[in-house]
Design a binder for this molecule. Sequence first.
Ligand code: SAH
Ligand code: SF4
Ligand code: F3S
Length: 466
Amino acid sequence: MHEPRKLYVKSFGCQMNVYDSHRMADTLAKEGYVETQDPADADLVILNTCHIREKAVDKVYSELGRLRKAKQEDGRDTIIAVAGCVAQAEGAEILRRTPVVDLVVGPQSYHRLPELLAQAKAGARPVDTEFPTEDKFDHLPAPSAAATRSRGPTAFVTVQEGCDKFCTFCVVPYTRGSEVSRPVLKIVDEARRLVDQGVREITLIGQNVNGFHGEGPDGKTWGLAALVERLAQIEGLARLRYTTSHPRDMDDALIAAHRDLPVLMPYLHLPVQSGSDRILAAMNRRHGRELFVDIIARLRDARPDMALSSDFIVGFPGETEEDFQATLDLVDQIGFASAYSFKYSTRPGTPAAGYGAQVPEEVKTDRLARLHARLEASKTAFDAGCKGRRFDILLEKPGRLPGQLIGRSPYLQSVVVTAPPAGIGELLAVEITEVGPNSLAGRVVEHQDVEDRGLASDRPLAAMEA
Ligand code: SAH
Ligand code: SF4
Ligand code: F3S
């Protein structure tokens, strides 16, 4: 008997890469590969890479440097594959720059991995960065029940891929191609199968997820609201989320879905990037500050317990102190439960890379620190406002101490519960009793005491007061 071949996959970047890595592992499971957490033990290493900022790309090349050293030291003939957005953006250039790489595969060609692997084993160093006409999803096998169980009670499902927005700073329209939505019934099947295998929470993912426009079972084009409504009917599915949305595509139907569907969590990641209209225009975001503020107001109207998270970029070319102040002011005005903030990174081939008035590095560093502090204060206020609130927690994993489990609140906060009368994968009603910087703690309460989901809470939310 041969030992099974071992696969090590490392994901960089966004949730779609996490999802894609699972699908690659599922594909290779059919070829006899089992996953390992140790690259030194692997016959095949796949780096599923991100191209969004320069630092993300640097990480990939330093990882490749480490792999090269390890390969030289232990003399194994491990196959090294580069997948994801760096693969798509740089293609054959990766082979030139890093001789250790045996195979380069872009995000639209993962179903061709077995074939590419055979070529790599024959010494060919294949590169596949095409946008093939066939649909990869039709050829990627579904996960086995055991694989789904090992990934826990939450799962991602890609519903849409690519972006047609062309923000002037962003590489995604080039690395992921133009917007393609999957047909509704294929998504429903995938979701149902996951739920049958024990998944309780599904996050629908797409680079522009609320721009979803998939073919419905009636032959018409369905938007995200209709898709979500259909998925809400799956018995056993306790929670639905979707990410990442664009403000421009936050339509009335989707806002109404937040009012009508308790399964939809009252938490939305809605990137805004900047609070300055001038900068938003230069970024080609296709909306101003007012539209963003208005959408949030309508979402909170529909679902008073709604909390927000967002992405911000500081130091976009031409950003003045006054523009930056407008961003700080927006944070205070909205109040975010969580947020990501980044220094603008010049990306080759994007329009903003050629703009004059690039902001000096030390100014970016200073602004990032100030924005970060403001966002931290916003998050801390939101978390503090959760003390005494009663939520359903989805138990996900063991805690640090014996008898503890860690679950997630509707707002994705980690909540530690001691001696819970339920196990991983179950929902438990808890009252938040302690608020720490990285997690909350709760005590078990009766289920009927949980906040009436979808109805106004009598307790004002910290985020709304801010
Ligand atoms: N599709 C999503 C997010 C795409 S990338 C959206 O429309 O917002 C995730 C985040 O990375 C972006 O929201 C943005 O804040 C950040 N980002 C993208 N390109 C960047 C760049 N060149 N420099 C710094 N941050 C960037
Ligand atoms: Fe990038 Fe803009 Fe598309 Fe988001 S909407 S992926 S930031 S181009
Ligand atoms: Fe990065 Fe590609 Fe996702 S560039 S953020 S891995 S879409």
